[in-house]
Design a protein around this ligand. Structure first.
Ligand code: SF4
Length: 270
């Protein structure tokens, strides 16, 4: 049962150090998608928040007004929506905070980069223009059952492919965030080559990333690993270090495949 509430914020935009972004905008605190591998809660360095992630969503109810005022004081730059939540929470269907923020940013000519796991973004197709937007969807597997076990209670891979198709047809730059790659879970040949095919068809770039074992993530994944991949939990930390043989091999494999298929591809953290 998700607990919803309202909060207020003092700032709408934060400076971002993520690649390609100048600012981040997170209209919600918490995330109903509840992916078991999510490392957003580690940003807050709070165990209680981390252990409760996926069970609460707090809407920043004054964010649109705060944003309007803040935009008068800062230089133009790319705004990432969102970086520690999904901007298209189920609650967004009713509150439209993300939509209203996009309206304000567009009126002030700020470039916008959206990343989501929800096809609710299609609702805002009228606002999302090729000249000022790019759209990324996170797809880590095309297997619906596996996707659900990893925590995606609120979306399906098929609906995200539709998002790519519709925005690509409209001329908007699109990308697939293929992350996290979890060894022996979603790194199989079939999954990766199907995703590369989808990227090719929709002229999308692939940005890939490995599992990031921030504090509490192994705990959050424990039940899944015990039930579905017995024995993997102990090996995971060694498999996914930045310079592990596993990761070097995976990188070489996906980059060769993308090169062969003419798909642009890069790691999220080079
Ligand atoms: S959608 Fe993103 S922010 Fe939300 S739980 Fe999943 S990984 Fe975390």
């Amino acid at each position: 049962m998700i607990k919803y509430s309202y909060i207020t914020c003092k700032e709408a935009l934060s400076y971002s150090r993520l690649l390609g972004l100048d600012y981040s905008l997170n209209p919600y605190f918490g995330c109903e998608h509840g992916c078991i591998y999510c490392y957003s809660p580690s940003v807050f360095r709070n165990e209680k928040i981390a252990r409760n992630w996926g069970n609460f969503v707090k809407a920043k109810i004054n964010i649109v007004d705060v944003l309007s005022k803040q935009l008068k004081k800062i230089p133009k730059g790319v705004v990432g929506i969102s970086t520690v939540t999904d901007p298209y929470q189920p609650l967004e269907a009713k509150l439209q905070l993300t939509r209203k923020c996009i309206e304000v940013l567009s009126a002030n000519n700020f470039p916008i980069s959206i990343q989501t796991k929800s096809d609710l973004v299609l609702r805002d197709k009228d606002l999302i223009k090729p000249e000022r937007f790019d759209i990324g969807v996170t797809i880590i597997t095309l297997d619906n059952d596996l996707s659900k076990k990893l925590g995606s209670k609120t979306y399906s891979p098929e609906s995200l492919i539709q998002v790519l198709e519709e925005f690509s047809d409209k001329g908007v730059d699109t990308w697939i965030f293929l992350g996290p790659i979890i060894p022996e879970v979603n790194d199989d040949e079939e999954n990766i080559s199907k995703l590369v095919d989808i990227a090719k068809r929709t002229k999308s770039e692939i940005i890939y990333d490995k599992l990031n074992l921030k504090p509490w993530i192994l705990d959050s994944m424990e039940k899944f690993l015990e039930n579905e991949r017995f024995g993997l939990k102990d090996r995971l930390p060694f498999l996914i270090t930045k310079n592990s043989e596993y990761w070097r091999t995976f990188r070489a494999r996906i980059e060769a495949l993308c090169l062969r298929e003419g798909v642009q591809c890069k790691p999220a953290f080079p």
